[in-house]
Design a protein around this ligand. Sequence first.
Ligand code: C5P
Length: 298
Amino acid sequence: MSVTVRVPAKVNLQLGVGPLRDDGYHDLVNVFHAVSLFDEVTVTPGPLAVTVEGASIEGVPAGPDNLAARAALLLAEHLGVPAEASIHIRKEIPVAGGMAGGSADAAAALLGCAELWNPGLPLKTLMDLGGQLGSDVPFALLGGTAVGVGRGEVLTPLPTSGEFHWVFALADGGLSTPAVYAECDRLRAAYEQHAEWPHESPALLAALAEGDAKALGAALTNDLQPAALSLMPALQRTISAGRDFGALGALVSGSGPTCAFLASDAEHAADLAAALRGAGVARAAVHAAGPVPGATVL
Ligand code: C5P
């Protein structure tokens, strides 16, 4: 008796980063958008263990260091049951890529273990537990498009129309999220930039509600982008190439180094992905659509 959960990657449509807080986090205005790049997590009753399979899984911890194992332990503790979960992850989401793959696996492990140990547990309970594991975990459970405040874990769903088509340019190697936030703070201090309190972008929210890809492309912003580019300058070429090939918008996804390009439709996305591959500015370029639902039992 095992449970398989499919869980999406995210891209940040707006990542407004406020000042550094006393607890080491930053207050955010974080517009999350779930896209059709998925990991599959299978939970089978048995001794707690995590195994991982996929084409590019270097650096993903197996065993108890994986966030999915911590998710199983946290839920077991919450329910007062033994953490008997043998967890197998099939990875498609780029590793350390700024698309919340580790958080997605933790979200899927929470849902899969809940299905085995206490089916029908409210989503809200899982999201609260997820917030203790990482700032992006609750959104991987919720899916769709949502704005997150606080660390990014206090979520409100956003209305959208239609489907948006994206191309994700995957980079060689990853970036560490804490290192990118630290670089953001360093650059702000070096250039004496006061960290403004972030606000939702009305233009972005209107573009989402209207399903207007052109307006959405123009409204995409990421306050972590200068830091990601500073740590990995080659990404500037990738972003510029996507713009030259007609992307409606181009930005670093979250803390990077994956770059996200908005296309006008599926055909445009396929052309854009081929052009990026041909230009040799990415390890791979993949087409995905959003919004899609959050973690789902198959
Ligand atoms: O919450 P999570 O463990 O995913 O965060 C990883 C790191 O990203 C944190 O340790 C912190 O350095 C940074 N972070 C931040 N402000 C946030 C979310 C994350 O500074 N709102």
